[in-house]
Design a protein around this ligand. Structure first.
Ligand code: SDX
Length: 432
């Protein structure tokens, strides 16, 4: 039976179709609403608005389910690698052995940066935030890598070039900010090991590749690879809908991710935990500030627009934190504080009533610290992981015949019509 919705406005009945997804999610199709009724809908932050159909990622916020192209995140975290997961998100299927080998070879071939890009890095102020540098340098890539004639080759080359070079860009920004020589990618190292080596290798003490850390980094980036229509992915789709090149589109996604309410939360979590550890800021104070409406402080790493239960990624992240630290025979006092904070919050009525649970950012910073990643690079690490997701969402958007340039409406709340006031008459009290 075809489901419909009846809308009665001023006694007139309007029939609206219902759309159903492959997991039974339903939406009221309002594409004809304004034309038929003169009304628009109102939904700041799009909490109740579907902006597209997508076959990439499925989330169930009530059950804590996350799947990439149908594969549960728990299985990918256990069995897959980041490069394989990136292939899955972008193409829709897991690669054959031959496809995976070919992809790895391309990623190696594309890993060096255009030498002239180095001059940009060398001229940034040393304290420049690496997210600002990354967003600018990804945007600059179109200038260094002009569009290829063959569209298919252009698209495939661009995806691989972006995924490969974003590591080199991130590591270069870090090395130059430290006044250290730039370490170039090596063809004998896999994707994650190459990144760690570019970050930490040095002539005095050559970096020793630790297979446990390489595995932990693969899982870290798998957990961050996509998350349906989050803030930065929406930015990618909106900017991409204007048909600008993919580099500028991804650059917009990086900028959107930077904010502390989104990808910047992982840096904010560690800053919060360090305040508790070094400033004697207690867990109790932390929770009461988070609950105080007059205090802008939030319990970073907690809460989520979609998950109203434990973020499945946070569960896995917490586990790999424990494993990585115990294998490295290291204790991180911040991990113990994080666990105490989580226990306190999960047993606090405010957080329970509002369904506030740890999200992916709550433990991710602890793992990055264990790898030696500096705090101001945490959100860059999130961006490297999310890149395949942004690419897959952009690719789906540009290929979707239903998609048009993004141009929402508004409810105007400003002054009604009024006449120009000559400057000599201004300043008297005018009726608003
Ligand atoms: C990511 O969308 C995604 O998928 C994002 C992401 C991805 O992979 O792309 O999962 C990555 O961004 C994770 C979220 C990281 N951000 C943080 O950890 C920052 C702290 N969290 C909050 O700012 C908040 O929970 C958000 C931004 C994550 C969600 O915001 P919403 O959905 O707009 O919820 P809200 O702000 O309207 O909060 C609802 C209520 C409010 O109280 P009331 O006004 O109803 O009384 O819950 C309260 C909020 O004050 N609340 C919090 C809180 N989060 C929500 N109170 C204290 N501490 C918090 N962390």
């Amino acid at each position: 039976m075809i489901e419909i919705v009846k809308l009665v406005i001023n006694g007139k009945e309007h029939i609206l179709p219902v759309i159903e997804g492959s997991e039974g999610e339903k939406a009221i199709d309002i594409r004809g609403l304004r034309q038929e009724t003169g009304y628009i809908t109102f939904d700041p932050g799009f909490g109740n608005t579907g902006t597209c159909r997508s076959a990439i990622t499925y989330m169930d916020g009530e059950k804590g389910i996350l799947r990439y192209r149908g594969f549960p995140i728990e299985q990918l975290a256990e069995h897959s690698t980041f490069v394989e997961t990136a292939f899955l998100l972008i193409t829709g299927e897991l690669p054959t052995r031959k496809e995976l080998t070919r992809t790895s070879v391309y990623l190696n071939d594309f890993s060096p940066l255009h030498e002239n890009m180095k001059a940009f890095y060398q001229n940034y102020p040393p304290k420049a935030h690496p997210m600002g540098i990354l967003s600018a340098m990804v945007n600059a890539m179109r200038s260094f890598y002009p569009e290829l004639i063959d569209l298919e080759e252009e698209m495939n080359t661009t995806y691989l070039r972006l995924i490969s070079k974003i590591r080199t860009m991130a590591a270069m920004a870090y090395r130059i900010s430290q006044g250290e020589r730039v370490v170039y990618p090596r063809s004998d190292l896999c994707y994650c090991a190459n990144f760690l080596n570019m970050m930490f290798d040095n002539v005095v003490v050559p970096y020793k590749i630790d297979s446990d850390l390489v595995r932990a980094l693969n899982v870290f980036w798998i957990l961050h690879a996509d998350h349906e229509q989050n803030c930065s992915t929406t930015a990618v789709r909106v900017v991409g809908s204007g048909k600008v090149n993919i580099y500028s589109t991804i650059s917009a996604g990086i900028s959107a991710l930077w904010g502390p309410l989104h990808g910047g939360a992982n840096q904010a979590v560690v800053n919060m935990l360090e305040k508790i550890y070094s400033d004697g800021f207690t867990v109790k104070e932390c929770l009461s500030k988070a609950k105080d409406k007059n205090d802008p402080f939030r319990l970073y790493g907690f809460g989520h627009r979609v998950y109203k239960t434990y973020d499945p990624r946070a569960k896995i992240m917490k586990k790999i934190c424990d494993i990585a630290l115990s294998k490295m025979k290291r204790k991180d006092p911040l991990l113990e504080i994080a666990k105490r904070l989580e226990d306190a919050a999960l047993n606090d009525s405010y957080f329970k009533e509002k369904n506030l649970y740890p999200n992916v950012d709550f433990y991710s910073g602890i793992l990055l610290r264990a790898m030696g990643i500096p705090v101001n690079m945490f959100t860059v690490m999130f961006a490297i992981g999310r890149l395949p997701g942004w690419i897959s969402q952009w690719k789906e958007d540009v290929a979707d015949p239903e998609m048009r340039i993004s141009r929402p409406r508004q409810i105007y709340s400003g002054s009604q019509k009024r006449d120009y006031i000559p400057i000599k008459d201004r300043g008297q009290s005018v009726k608003q």
